[in-house]
Ligand binder design. Sequence first.
Ligand SMILES: NC(=O)c1ccc[n+]([C@@H]2O[C@H](COP(=O)([O-])OP(=O)(O)OC[C@H]3O[C@@H](n4cnc5c(N)ncnc54)[C@H](OP(=O)(O)O)[C@@H]3O)[C@@H](O)[C@H]2O)c1
Length: 238
Amino acid sequence: MKIIIIGATTGIGKALAELYINQGHEVTITGGRISLLEEIRNTYPERKIHISLMDVAEIDNARLTMEYLADKHGGFDRVVINAGVGFVKASFEEEIKTIDINVRGFTAIAQWSYHYFKNKGSGHIIGISSLAALKGSPYAPEYHASKAFISNYIEGLRLRSEKYRHHISITDIRPGFVDTPMTRQNKGMFWVASPQKAATQIARAIETKKKVAYITKRYFLLAILMKLLPTWLFVKIF
Ligand SMILES: NC(=O)c1ccc[n+]([C@@H]2O[C@H](COP(=O)([O-])OP(=O)(O)OC[C@H]3O[C@@H](n4cnc5c(N)ncnc54)[C@H](OP(=O)(O)O)[C@@H]3O)[C@@H](O)[C@H]2O)c1
């Protein structure tokens, strides 16, 4: 299978890339730090791994790069859109950066992928959203809103594919806490998964073409709680 992972230099994206590489898939990995991409490729000299710099916030360049990579490497069967940022007590600039990457960048790649797979006749788009998609946050409103956008957007793509029979599978991955560079700044995390454990569960959800998957699975319970708790109690607890 030919898989491209957008944002695979560290954390969840890197762990998922390594899992797929070890399974023998042809994997294309992208990100903003070429040395980290090279490091992954050099770790598996016997495998077919392609690397490419890509900043999803540069939306036109990112879409051209997708086109170029698909042409160069004989197409894709799966696109995993993992690139994302999150800040603690973000400044205005950081809030806008979050929207540029998590919303504009995500849309640029997801929209390209949908049309690519529609023309191809099949494919699978995987969006890495978050449990954060379920509710606003007093700590990072922009991050939660960006993830709500992702989950809602790809739900729309799934409905479009079902309505017009485009044969495109869509999976919305919603991790809870995973131990990655992004969360090193966080305090008070619980049920924290390693990137490897998260990647294993993500790969399983993709394989079984789940529509929505909580990572790790136990976060499903928290998802229910987040929806049921009255606001006064939610604010008190979280
Ligand atoms: N860790 C968690 O607890 C958690 C929970 C829920 C959801 N998530 C989501 O999971 C995804 C991965 O996060 P992570 O925790 O693994 O964090 P991470 O280790 O910081 O990984 C983020 C990845 O996104 C890439 N990226 C960032 N900005 C980019 C840009 N402008 N263009 C292209 N790639 C970019 C990074 O590559 P470069 O820096 O090299 O560009 C890196 O490969 C994110 O979407 C995050 O929101 C994480």
